[in-house]
Design a protein around this ligand. Structure first.
Ligand code: GLN
Length: 456
C-alpha cells in the first residue's frame, strides 16, 4: 500500500520494509510454533505501526523534519519504540512532520508537505500530518505522534482518524526530540477508538529515564486504567458532558458546528447529560501558548550547534570561530518557522522582558488550569470541535503565521493544563472530515476513551 500511494501522499520520510517484514515473520513463526510464547503474544503483535519522525529509532534515520538532522541516526531507541518492539509490532518507518513539530499543516517540513488522502490538494494537519495521513490512507493501521499544542488531535480531526494526547507524564518522553518540554506528549494515532486505546496501553507507564513520568501509584486506585475496556463500553449513560462555551461559535465553520451539534444530540440519545461550562481564561490560551512554547523551544534547540548533532556548515571564508560555525549551521539548517520561534522565545525570555511575557504567560497557564478544575466539578468530560475548520488547501496559510496558529485554538488548553484529550471522527462537512474532541482530568484518560467510544 505504501508503494502504491505514498508517492502521492508523502506520509513517509523513511520506509523500513525489510525490518517490518522480519518482525512480522518472527510473529508468524511464534504463532505457528504454538505454546506458551505464542499464548503470551500481545494482542497487537504483528500489527504494523508508523512512527512520527520526531521520535528516535535505532537503525532508522530520525530527521525531525529538519535539514538540521538530515542523515542522523540515533544510537538508541525512544522508550515508546522499545515498548512497541517488545510488543513485536513491525515498525514500517518514519512519518513526515512540520520541522521540529512546529506547525499545523506539515508544510513546514524541510522534505515537502504531506497530502490529505481525502483531497490531495489539502493539508493533512500538523505537525503530525504524516502519521495521520498514513493511517487515513491505509498505509499503516496504527501510528505514533506527539502533541505539544494539538499535533496528534488536529491531524486526526482533518483526516478522519482517532488521535489521543495522553495525560502529561502518562507516556515517557524519553527519545521524543524536545520541542516544548512542559507541553510535549507522545500518543497513539489509529482508525478506531479501541485501536487507539490498545496502542496507548502498549506505550503507557512509568519510565525512570523521564523525570516527569507518572508512577502507577499516582493514578486513581494505584494503577493505570485499562483504556481498551473503557473504549468498548459504547454507552454514554450517566456521563455528564460539558460543552465549553469559549470553544464554539465565532471563528468555527458552520459545517463544523453542524456536526458538533449532531454529536451532542447523539450523545444525549446515548444517555449523556449535556451541560455548558464557562472557561473565561481560554480566550488567552493561544497567546500564552505562543510565549511558553517558543521560550522552551529556544532553549531546547540550543543543542543544534553544528558540533554535537547532524548538520555542520563551515563558512567558506573568514576566521573559523565557534560563533561563525554555529551561525552558518543554523542559518542553513533551520527553516523559517523554526527561526521565527527561536527569535520569539529568546526575546520573551530576555532580561527585562521575562516577567512581562513569560511570567504573564505562566499566570494565564494557572488560570486555565483553574478553569478546567471548575469545569470538571460540573462535568465528567468536556467536549468541543477539535479544529475550527476542515482541512484547508495547501499553501493557503503558509505565509500567515497567525492564521496557522489559530488552528490550535481548541487543542492548546489541554497541553497547558497537562490533561488528556482525544479527537474522534464526527462526520463530514463538504466531503471532508470533522473531528470532535473530548477532554478529561489528568490521569483520567480512560474517560476520554469511554466518551469517544460512545460517539463512535
Ligand atoms: N500546531 C502547534 C504548533 O505549531 C502544535 C504543534 C505540536 O503539537 N507539536 O505549535
Amino acid at each position: 500500500r505504501i508503494a502504491a500511494v505514498d508517492d502521492t501522499i508523502h506520509a513517509f520520510l523513511h520506509v523500513a520494509a525489510d525490518e517490518a517484514l522480519e518482525t512480522a515473520a518472527s510473529v508468524d513463526a511464534l504463532r505457528a510454533a504454538g505454546g506458551a510464547e505464542a499464548e503470551s503474544l500481545h494482542p497487537l503483535a504483528g500489527v504494523p505501526i508508523a512512527i512520527k519522525d520526531l521520535i528516535v529509532t535505532k537503525g532508522q534515520p530520525t530527521t525531525a523534519g529538519s535539514k538540521m538532522l538530515k542523515g542522523w541516526m540515533s544510537p538508541y531507541d525512544a522508550t515508546v519504540v522499545e515498548k512497541v518492539r517488545a510488543a513485536r509490532m513491525p515498525i514500517l518507518g518514519k512519518t513526515n512532520l512540520d520541522e521540529f513539530a512546529m506547525g499545523s499543516s506539515t508544510e513546514h517540513s524541510a522534505y515537502g508537505p504531506t497530502r490529505n488522502p481525502w483531497d490531495i490538494t489539502r493539508i493533512p494537519g500538523g505537525s503530525g500530518g504524516g502519521s495521520a495521513a498514513a493511517v487515513a490512507a491505509f498505509e499503516a493501521p496504527l501510528a505514533l505522534g506527539t502533541d505539544t499544542g494539538g499535533s496528534i488531535r488536529q491531524p486526526g480531526a482533518v483526516t478522519g482518524t482517532v488521535g489521543t494526547k495522553p495525560t502529561y507524564g502518562g507516556v515517557s518522553r524519553y527519545g521524543a526530540i524536545a520541542m516544548a518540554s512542559s507541553l510535549d506528549q507522545i500518543g497513539p494515532v489509529a482508525r478506531t477508538v479501541e485501536d487507539a486505546a490498545l496502542l496507548h496501553e502498549v506505550i503507557a507507564g512509568y519510565d525512570k529515564k523521564d523525570s516527569t513520568s507518572l508512577s502507577e501509584t499516582e493514578y486513581p486506585e494505584g494503577k493505570i486504567p485499562t483504556f481498551s475496556s473503557a473504549a468498548s463500553t459504547k454507552t454514554a449513560a450517566g456521563l455528564r458532558i460539558g460543552v465549553i462555551k469559549q470553544l464554539q461559535g465565532e471563528g468555527y465553520q458552520s459545517g463544523v458546528l453542524a456536526r458538533f451539534h449532531e454529536a451532542l444530540d447523539q450523545l444525549r440519545q446515548a444517555g449523556a447529560e449535556i451541560v455548558e461550562v464557562d472557561c473565561p481564561s481560554f480566550d488567552y490560551a493561544l497567546g500564552a501558548y505562543y510565549l511558553i512554547m517558543p521560550s522552551e523551544a529556544s532553549s531546547n534547540l540550543a543543542r543544534y550547534d553544528g558540533v554535537r548533532y547532524g548538520t555542520r556548515v563551515v563558512p567558506e571564508e573568514g576566521p573559523l570561530t565557534i560563533e561563525r560555525v554555529m551561525g552558518a549551521t543554523r542559518a542553513a539548517g533551520f527553516g523559517e518557522e523554526v527561526k521565527r520561534r527561536i527569535i520569539l522565545g529568546t526575546y520573551a525570555l530576555s532580561a527585562g522582558y521575562y516577567d512581562a511575557y513569560y511570567g504573564s504567560a505562566q499566570k494565564i497557564r494557572t488560570l486555565i488550569q483553574q478553569d478546567f478544575d471548575a469545569a470538571f466539578e460540573q462535568a465528567d468530560v468536556l467536549i468541543s470541535p477539535t479544529s475550527p475548520t476542515v482541512a484547508f488547501p495547501l499553501w493557503e496559510k503558509l505565509d500567515d503565521p497567525l492564521a496557522m496558529y489559530l488552528n490550535d485554538i481548541a487543542t492548546i488548553p489541554a497541553n497547558l493544563a497537562g490533561i488528556p484529550g482525544i479527537s474522534v471522527p464526527g462526520g463530514l462537512s463538504e466531503g471532508l472530515p470533522v473531528g470532535i474532541q473530548f477532554l478529561a482530568p489528568a490521569k483520567e484518560d480512560a474517560r476520554v476513551y469511554h466518551a469517544a467510544g460512545a460517539l463512535e
